[in-house]
Design a protein around this ligand. Structure first.
Ligand code: NAD
Length: 255
């Protein structure tokens, strides 16, 4: 098992992509702290599921957009699971709307949770990671951070900021043995994109070279790779897991 004796903290881990990441890390032997903001029951169910399969896990409350709560979340993980080696910054929200209609709260909250959460949680781990000269930070960003879409200016900007932060943090922290990488999912059916997938699933799938959405397990597999020693020489990368969607110019066929 690739993550034996390692401890991982997954923000927003109770459902969707975060949940799949928690399970995949636990399957590789990691002890997993499942952070949640509001989904307490789902987080506890996941902890029970991991423990029933022989793993070690705890549920930890905390809003990643709040710097003090991010610190407390990291401290609790270390206290309850005996260490910390991997941080997966997965928590995220959308508030899609046209820029013309966008209220200050619509972009500030998306920026504060998506990018602010990455900054707060990353900073909260650094004292510990630097002292042990080991740490892998994986930011769950989005292909939207490198591309644009109508109604997603706030989300897209927050993910673009994460990608830029990933590269700078990787360069700055490499000397301490800390790696920082980002995973850029395309569409993976979860609560976050349910409206879109339910309404336009077929139309979107047709435009994806591999003709399907990502499974949450596809995103989790790449995340585990980036967490594990298999990726020891990777840092500062922003890796899409999008069925080829971001590789193509979105113009469709010429006729
Ligand atoms: P989701 O809504 O199922 O999960 C998001 C999780 O983050 C939830 O558990 C939510 O409670 C938690 N969260 C939100 N705000 C939080 C906060 N302030 N503090 C702590 N936790 C908080 O959506 P998902 O699709 O699983 O999204 C996971 C990540 O993947 C997000 O960062 C999202 O932007 C990214 N992503 C998703 C897709 C997709 O198609 N589903 C595509 C690209 C990127």
């Amino acid at each position: 098992m690739k993550m034996q004796d390692k401890v991982a903290l997954v923000t927003g881990g109770a459902k969707g992509i975060g949940r799949a990441i928690c399970i995949a890390l636990a399957d590789e032997g990691a002890s997993v702290a499942v952070n949640y903001r509001s989904s307490k029951a789902q987080a506890q169910e996941l902890v029970d599921e991991i423990e029933a399969a022989g793993g070690k896990s705890v549920a930890i409350a905390g809003d990643v957009s709040n710097p003090a709560e991010a610190v407390s979340m990291v401290e609790q993980t270390i206290a309850e699971l005996g260490g910390l080696h991997v941080l997966v910054n997965n928590a995220g929200i959308v508030k899609d709307t046209l820029i013309f209609n966008m209220e200050p709260e619509d972009w500030q909250s998306v920026m504060n949770v998506n990018f602010g959460g990455v900054f707060n949680s990353t900073k909260a781990t650094l004292g510990h990671f630097m002292a042990q000269r080991e740490g892998s930070i994986i930011n769950i960003s989005s292909v939207m951070g490198e591309r644009g879409w109508i109604g997603q200016a706030n989300y897209s900007a927050s993910k673009g900021a994460i990608n830029a932060f990933t590269r700078s943090a990787a360069v700055e922290l490499a000397r301490f043995g800390i790696r920082v990488n980002a995973v850029l999912p395309g569409f993976a059916p979860t609560d976050m994109v349910s409206g879109l997938v339910d309404k336009g699933g077929k139309g979107i799938k047709k435009q994806i070279p591999l003709r399907d959405f990502a499974r949450v397990e596809d995103v989790a597999a790449l995340t585990v790779f980036l967490a594990s020693p298999d990726s020891a020489y990777l840092t500062g990368t922003c890796l899409p897991v999008d069925g080829g969607a971001s590789a193509q110019l979105g113009l469709g066929r010429p006729e």
